[in-house]
Ligand binder design. Structure first.
Ligand SMILES: [Zn+2]
Length: 415
């Protein structure tokens, strides 16, 4: 017995020393604010995502949204997630929003994350020859709505219980199928996937669910028609909101450059249209979020820290293209959660690798389609294999440069 006391005391000391490095037991709670705005174009614009479309939109089957979730720590530091039912975030949009948001709300660039759902049933808002006026008019409308939704989310900031959890959803499949002539765009059940559904939930102090921010790594491309629609991600958000008055569901797409929803397209399953499949996959995803809202959760609180930097990515010398300025963003919420936001259409290897390298004490959530839109950004593996997602012709150090910057920014947010 006598021996045991010093032993217990020593163990206590060790446990005490360890607890310093452990996640905070009860981190200071955050405030949260949430808002949404419709961004469906008033006119039938040309649509984004498929070059083969020969005519503009012919109406809508669902509204498109800009949504915002603002979080604030006890020191008053804020971070705002903005999700958009759009093909991507054009660098020009990101640049102007940075200026406006800083001026109007005092938020620095690192404190705002813009993520696009990559719906292929939204407007083409790039300025293209012959369509300059509609792109300019829509962009002005979009920016006004984005400023409103960010402002409304900040105004809505109030005490909240914020938590993180996850579940899984299975309809995303790798779409790079090896064949004797190269890689075909076709379902590959043996290719890498990331089926995790990360969920950040906001509940009022009285226990009322206020918002859920969720993710999935899958191209948002069940549809290729001529009606505006949020596709499966739009339906997942709609289903989560439909029986919860005042509740807002926000979607962030992951590193889904090489991931498609399957089955895909009308006629593949007898009797089911493409729209039916968008709704079914939307229901699958909303069900996964519902489960994540029930499982044990990690409390999200403490300090908010964020870092944002653009790196210069080179193309292969034979491409003779100027380097691309590529944004990398990291946001850390106490000791509970680290969000990594990468630009454009990163392939799934980024998600798998970064989660493996970073998930030690904090949960890691990796999103793509954020803050930039310049087409596919393949991993080194995909770049070497070739095929559709490798066509841009990046230099072979593209993955290493991005991953290195992510690690640097994660370190910066840990200081
Ligand atoms: Zn795409």
């Amino acid at each position: 017995m006598r021996i045991l006391f010093p032993l217990i005391a020593a163990l206590g000391l060790v446990a005490g020393a360890l607890s310093v490095a452990q996640p905070e037991d009860s981190p200071a709670p955050l405030k949260a604010g949430v808002a949404q705005q419709i961004i469906t174009p008033a006119m039938n614009m040309w649509m984004a995502g498929y070059a083969s479309r020969e005519k503009p939109a012919e109406g809508k089957v669902q509204e498109l949204y800009a949504k915002a979730l603002a979080l604030e720590d006890v020191a008053g530091k804020r971070f705002v997630f903005v999700t958009l039912d759009l093909i991507g975030i054009l660098p020009s949009l990101r640049m102007r929003m940075e200026e406006k948001v800083q001026k109007a709300y005092g938020l620095p660039p690192e404190s705002i994350l813009l993520n696009a759902s990559h719906t292929h049933s939204g407007p083409e808002y790039r300025v293209e020859k012959g369509r300059e006026k509609e792109a300019q008019e829509y962009t002005a409308f979009l920016e006004e709505r984005m400023m409103k939704v960010i402002g409304d989310a900040i105004t809505d900031l109030k005490p909240a219980a914020v938590s993180w959890s996850r579940s899984r959803c299975g309809f995303a499949m790798n779409r790079r199928l090896p064949s004797p002539t190269g890689y075909q765009n076709s379902p590959n059940p043996d290719g890498p996937v990331d089926h995790e559904v990360p969920v950040l939930q906001v509940v009022s102090p009285e226990g009322q669910a206020r918002a859920v921010l969720f993710g999935y790594a899958c191209h948002n491309t069940c549809l290729g028609e001529f009606q505006y629609c949020g596709d499966y991600a739009g339906y997942a958000q709609e289903y989560l909101q439909e029986n919860r008055p005042g509740f807002v569901a926000l979607f962030m797409n992951g590193c889904s450059g090489d991931q498609n929803p399957y089955p895909r397209r009308g006629g593949v399953v007898p009797g089911l249209t493409a729209l039916d499949l968008a709704k079914m996959h939307g229901r699958s995803l909303s069900n996964a979020v519902e489960v994540a809202m029930q499982v044990p959760k990690r409390v999200v609180g403490g300090r908010i820290r964020a870092a944002y930097e653009k790196i210069s990515l080179d193309y292969a010398p034979e491409k003779k293209r100027a380097p691309h300025l590529y944004p990398v963003q990291v946001a850390r919420f106490g000791e509970a959660l680290t969000v990594v936001a990468l630009g454009s259409e990163t392939t799934i290897d980024y998600s798998i690798r970064l989660k493996r390298e970073l998930s030690k004490d904090s949960a890691t959530w990796v999103v793509g389609y954020s803050n930039d839109y310049t087409g596919y950004v393949p991993s080194l593996r995909v770049l070497k294999e070739g095929g559709y997602e490798a066509q841009a012709g990046w230099a072979e150090d593209v993955e290493e440069r991005i991953v290195k910057k992510v690690h640097e920014l994660v370190e910066e947010t840990q200081r």
